[in-house]
Design a protein around this ligand. Structure first.
Ligand SMILES: C[S@@+](CC[C@H](N)C(=O)[O-])C[C@H]1O[C@@H](n2cnc3c(N)ncnc32)[C@H](O)[C@@H]1O
Length: 345
């Protein structure tokens, strides 16, 4: 089979000395071709555009007690940061399945991992929701040695302006992890009632101004159809109540988080995953889950403790493991991470 020639396109030029827009960061967006430039960005404590720095790698490898020959599932493949650290520890003889709901990033990550020499017998991907993790038992009906989930959203999703996850750039308010199906956050705002919106802001993100913001957003539905539009409606109403612009930012982040959780049914998916994990682990198999806010961590804690009480898990971590001071400094996105693990009886 002859390969199609790749058409050459000129890169986007930027004004001034430094790229500002995502599309202009052509060196960061091509980490294999420009490793030196990517290294410099990481040394500044920043996440290079289009990349995701894996969090608590050492702590996760310890919790999962990885060994050669093991088989496992990375439920949230993302950029493949954790998978790339797991594979050398389980090979030769091991197998890793990487799953993700985001088909756009999944294809790119699979290609990147293949380029590092991992073939189908060691690693393959599945485009699916981790709520359906039981479907992976067709590969190992006896169960797996380990399961990892690193919850939430990846840096690539957050930093790609067109995905509509960030209020730093103007884009349609989308917030879908799988942008090939389902309703966007902009559509949700058009059909949700004021009571439901207030409830979801409070329940999904503990937003203290839930009522005020729910009312403001619905009175300016059309303005809130874009990322920056929604952010400015939130800033406007909170400033009118005497808050400084910097004090409005946490509320903007919480509103985006609450809408994202709703749009992607994140709590339902997590509950189903937690429920299915024991069936997918061998006796002595281990699970590790990294969460980023209280709504997630509460669920993980409750599930692990409940299964220990029922004698389904033999043990679970007592207090969540946190990233080191150094990691929080090097990668500020790790700051809120909490890692919990459990062992199948
Ligand atoms: C924090 S990132 C994972 C990053 C990855 N551990 C790494 O080091 O590159 C979370 C990923 O989980 C995916 N995800 C979130 N919810 C999911 C679900 N219910 N099923 C499958 N994938 C999901 C997101 O699309 C995203 O790519």
């Amino acid at each position: 089979m002859t390969e199609k020639p790749v058409k050459h396109t000129r890169r986007v030029r930027y004004a001034g000395t430094h790229p500002r827009k995502f599309s202009e960061k052509y060196k960061e967006l091509d980490p294999e071709k420009y490793p030196g430039d990517v290294k410099k960005v990481k040394e500044r404590g920043q996440t290079p555009a289009g990349m995701h720095l894996p969090i608590c790698v050492h702590e996760i490898c310890e919790a999962l007690k990885l060994k050669q020959g093991m088989s496992g599932i990375d439920c949230t493949l993302g950029y493949g940061g954790h998978s790339s650290k797991i594979l050398p520890r389980i090979l030769p003889g091991g197998l890793l399945i990487g799953i993700d709901i985001d088909s756009t990033e999944l294809a790119k990550t699979e290609k990147r991992i293949r380029n590092h020499g991992y073939d189908e017998s060691m690693f393959f991907t599945r485009h699916m929701n981790f709520s359906q993790i039981r479907d992976c038992l067709d590969v190992r009906p006896e169960g797996f040695d380990f399961i990892l989930a690193d919850l939430g959203v990846s840096s690539m999703q957050l930093d790609t302006p067109g995905r509509g996850f960030s209020f730093k750039n103007s884009a349609p308010l989308d917030l879908r992890l799988d942008n090939s199906s389902g309703k966007t956050a902009a559509q949700l705002i058009l059909r949700v009632t004021e009571d439901s919106l207030t409830d979801l802001l409070a329940e999904n993100a503990d937003e203290p101004y839930a009522e005020l913001l729910g009312r403001a957003i619905l009175s300016k539905k059309m303005e809130c159809q874009t990322t920056t539009g929604l952010a400015s409606v939130i800033t406007g109403i909170l400033q009118s109540k005497g808050l400084e612009p910097a004090e409005c930012k946490p509320s903007i982040q919480r509103v985006f988080q609450a809408l994202r959780i709703e749009v992607n049914n994140e709590f339902e998916a997590l509950d189903q995953l937690l429920h299915s994990i024991p069936e997918c682990l061998k006796s002595g198999g281990r699970v590790a889950i990294l969460s980023f806010h209280s709504g997630e961590d509460r669920r993980v804690k409750k599930s692990f403790k409940g299964f220990v009480e029922q004698g389904i898990y033999s043990e679970c971590v007592r207090r969540p493991v946190r990233p080191s001071f150094q990691e929080k400094y090097d990668n500020p996105r790790s700051s809120s991470a909490k890692l919990r693990w459990a062992v199948r009886k």
